[in-house]
Write a protein that binds this ligand. Structure first.
Ligand code: 3EB
Length: 346
C-alpha cells in the first residue's frame, strides 16, 4: 500500500469552491483564519483560528490533505466525539474543537480552566479510540490571552489546565509532548484548538538556544507550557517537520523589548537553530529555511512592514508566508513565527 503524504496548502475560500470531489476526498481538514469558510461537504472538519489575516480582503484558508496514490483512504462521514470533529487515514488524523467558556460554571478563571480541560479530554478520547496516539502538532487560540482573570493572566490559567489534562490522561508532560502554538484571538471568540496526530511516534526536537518550555521557571507561570519546540514525522514523506510558535526568546528570557525588527531576526535565528537540530537528528541537509512555509503572528498590524523587511533580509521573495494578527502569549513579544517543512521520506 502507498504511504500517505501530508500536504499543506493555503487556498482562498473562493478557490475552495472550485475543487473537485476527488480533491475533497483527500482533505483531512480546513482552517479558516478570521472565520470558518462556508463549505457544504459534511465529511471534512472545518474550523477557524479567529485570528484576522493581514494579507487582503479575501478569506484565506489552510488546507491539510493527504496525497500519495490511489490507495489512500480517508474516513467518511463527519466524525464527532464530544466537541471534536475529525478525519483520518491510516497514518494521520486531523481534528478541531471549539468551545465557549460561557458554557462553564464558576468565576472567569474556573470557566477557562474547565473549558480547556474539556477540550483536551475530548481530544485525548478521540486519539484513544482511533489508534492515532501521538499528538504531533496543536494550535491553540484563546480569546484575550494576555487579559487578567482572578489574579493571573489567562494564558497562565490555560497552561495550568493544559498540563492538568495531559496528566490526568496519563500522558507525559516533558519530552514527548507535541509541537504547538498558543495565540490570542479577539474578545468574544470561542477557544479554538486544532491538531494533527499520527499512528507512528514523531521525533521531538528542542532548541539548543532555548530552555525547553516545559522546563520554564515558575516566574512564567506556576504550570509550564506543555510543548516541544518542533517535531519530525520521519516515517512520512511530504510535510513532516512541524516548528512550534517561535519567538524572540533565548534561554527563557524575552530579548529585544519594543524592537520588532530585532525580535523578528532573533526568531529566525531560533528557527535556524531548530532546523540545524532537525537535520542533525534525521540526517543532514533535509530542511532549509528558504523552503519552509511560515505563519507569522503580528501583535500590532502597524509592525507588519518592519517584520516583512526583517524577514526578506534573510528569506527569498518567493518564500511562503502568511501574516495573521494575534496577541502573543507574553506581553513583551511583538511577533511569533511558526513553520512547516517538507522532505522526502527520511
Ligand atoms: C515561547 O517560546 C513563546 O503555550 O503552546 C510558543 C509556542 C509559545 C507554543 C504554547 C507558547 C506555546 O514560550 C510562546
Amino acid at each position: 500500500m502507498d504511504a500517505a503524504t501530508l500536504q499543506l496548502d493555503y487556498v482562498s475560500s473562493g478557490d475552495l469552491s472550485g475543487q473537485s470531489a476527488s480533491w475533497w476526498d483527500s482533505v483531512l481538514g480546513v482552517v479558516g483564519f478570521e472565520r470558518a469558510p462556508r463549505i457544504d461537504l459534511s465529511q471534512v472538519p472545518v474550523t477557524a483560528s479567529m485570528t484576522p489575516w493581514l494579507g487582503g480582503a479575501e478569506d484565506l484558508c489552510e488546507v491539510w490533505r493527504v496525497a500519495g496514490g490511489q490507495d489512500i483512504e480517508l474516513s467518511t462521514g463527519l466524525l464527532e466525539r464530544g466537541r471534536v470533529h475529525y478525519r483520518y487515514c491510516d497514518e494521520l488524523l486531523f481534528g478541531s474543537v471549539t468551545i465557549e467558556e460561557q458554557g462553564f460554571d464558576g468565576n472567569a478563571s474556573a470557566a477557562l480552566l474547565s473549558a480547556t480541560m474539556a477540550a483536551y479530554q475530548d481530544i485525548f478520547a478521540v486519539l484513544k479510540e482511533t489508534r492515532h496516539r501521538h499528538l504531533l502538532r496543536v494550535w491553540n487560540y484563546l480569546p484575550e490571552i494576555n487579559r487578567e482573570a482572578d489574579g493571573d493572566e489567562r494564558y497562565r490559567h490555560f497552561n495550568s489546565a493544559r498540563q492538568s489534562a495531559f496528566r490526568s490522561s496519563g500522558r507525559s508532560t516533558v519530552g514527548s509532548v507535541p509541537a504547538a502554538s498558543a495565540l490570542g484571538s479577539p474578545a468574544g471568540s470561542p477557544i479554538s484548538i486544532y491538531f494533527l496526530a499520527s499512528l507512528e511516534p514523531p521525533q521531538m526536537i528542542e532548541n539548543p538556544r532555548q530552555i525547553s518550555a516545559y522546563h520554564y521557571p515558575p516566574k512564567f507561570g506556576k504550570h509550564s507550557p506543555i510543548f516541544s519546540r518542533a517535531c519530525v514525522l520521519s516515517e512520512s514523506a511530504g510535510t513532516n517537520l512541524f516548528v512550534s510558535g517561535t519567538a524572540s526568546i533565548v534561554g527563557h528570557e524575552t530579548l529585544h523589548h519594543g524592537d520588532v525588527t530585532a525580535q523578528t531576526r532573533e526568531t529566525l535565528a531560533n528557527i535556524e537553530a531548530l532546523l540545524g537540530e532537525a537535520n542533525r537528528i534525521v540526517g543532514a541537509g533535509r530542511y532549509a529555511l528558504d523552503e519552509l512555509k511560515f505563519k507569522v503572528y503580528v501583535r500590532q498590524p502597524s509592525d507588519l512592514g518592519a517584520i516583512e523587511d526583517a524577514l526578506f533580509a534573510t528569506l527569498p521573495a518567493t518564500a511562503s508566508i502568511v501574516y495573521l494578527q494575534a496577541d502573543v502569549c507574553r506581553e513583551d513579544l511583538l511577533v511569533e513565527i511558526e513553520a512547516t517543512g517538507d522532505s522526502p521520506r527520511n
